[in-house]
Design a protein around this ligand. Structure first.
Ligand code: FE
Ligand code: FE
Ligand code: ZN
Length: 277
């Protein structure tokens, strides 16, 4: 059983996202909790949430992997940006409680010259102020391409954040295939080795979700430009091996490829066809 889906727009509400995903052939999805480049969050209507939960149950959906806005930077050098980011995180986690038991993924942040160590400390500090024992959402750190001063361009940095967080049971990792490739991990010729390294450094039990993307750029480019599945430098064969890897089985795979609905439907159909091979 594959859990595969894509990023869908939240603009028409919760049930609309579930219906669209079903139409595209998927059974999981991601959405931006608010405008990815802005700040305002949409109002939540209880009946709409309940309708989505019912829809997901009837159509055997896997976990939702909500995505924080790109403007969130919990380790910014500017206090104002850090405070604003912390508020967004807190608010988003309250909103996520409408959808209990799902995931919330965010980019750890960019330290903007303060240094990796300071950045790691600030991110962990924000998580320690936010994660609550009673929350029903697992918060996921995304593996990053290591562009600019991004934190999370290697497994060690994510592990360092996790080590400083008290509520480890509410924290996990989302592995983005484009990002790990761009950051230098050879998931084309040594997928087993990369997953072993993930296991050694972080532990595969902390891996909750996959962002399933090809990359426009060479391994180690630190660029972060996603490509359609099979059209990039990772390529079809390697993407197929990732989709079928037993250590990743059962996890939600989220497409963040440059596609319209039709392209997503094709990629979802392709992934689903693999289980019959
Ligand atoms: Fe992301
Ligand atoms: Fe991603
Ligand atoms: Zn990306």
């Amino acid at each position: 059983m594959f859990y595969i889906g894509n990023h869908v727009s939240f603009s028409k509400g919760f049930l609309a996202m579930g219906k669209l995903e079903t139409k595209l052939g998927g059974n999981v999805f991601a959405f931006f909790t608010r405008n990815p480049r802005g700040g305002n969050a949409k109002e939540i209507k209880n009946e709409d949430v309940l309708a989505l939960l019912q829809w997901m149950k009837e159509h055997h959906f896997g976990k939702i992997v909500a995505h924080a806005p790109y403007t969130m930077n919990l380790c910014s050098a500017k206090e104002k940006v850090r405070d604003f980011s912390l508020e967004m995180l807190k608010e988003d986690l309250i909103r996520m409680e409408y959808l209990p038991g799902n995931y919330y993924n965010f980019h750890p942040g960019s330290h903007l010259g303060q240094g990796v160590e300071k950045g790691i400390y600030l991110i962990a500090d924000a998580l320690n102020q936010t994660l609550k024992p009673e929350q029903n959402t697992i918060v996921l750190l995304e593996t990053m391409a290591g562009k600019g001063t991004e934190i999370g361009g290697n497994f060690e940095e994510l592990k360092a954040i996790m080590d400083l967080v008290e509520r480890k049971d509410k924290l996990g990792v989302c592995l983005d295939t484009c990002h790990v490739w761009d950051s230098g991990y050879d998931i084309v010729d040594n997928l087993d080795g990369v997953l072993e390294e993930f296991n050694r450094v972080i532990g595969l039990e902390h891996l909750y979700a996959i962002h399933f993307n090809d990359s426009m750029n060479e391994r180690g480019s630190h660029k972060d430009r996603h490509e359609k599945i099979g059209m990039g430098k990772i390529g079809m064969e390697a993407m197929k091996k990732i989709a079928l890897h037993p250590k990743l089985a059962g996890k939600p795979f989220i497409l963040e490829t440059p596609n319209e609905d039709e392209g997503y439907a094709k990629e979802i159909a392709w992934v689903k066809s693999l289980q019959n091979e």
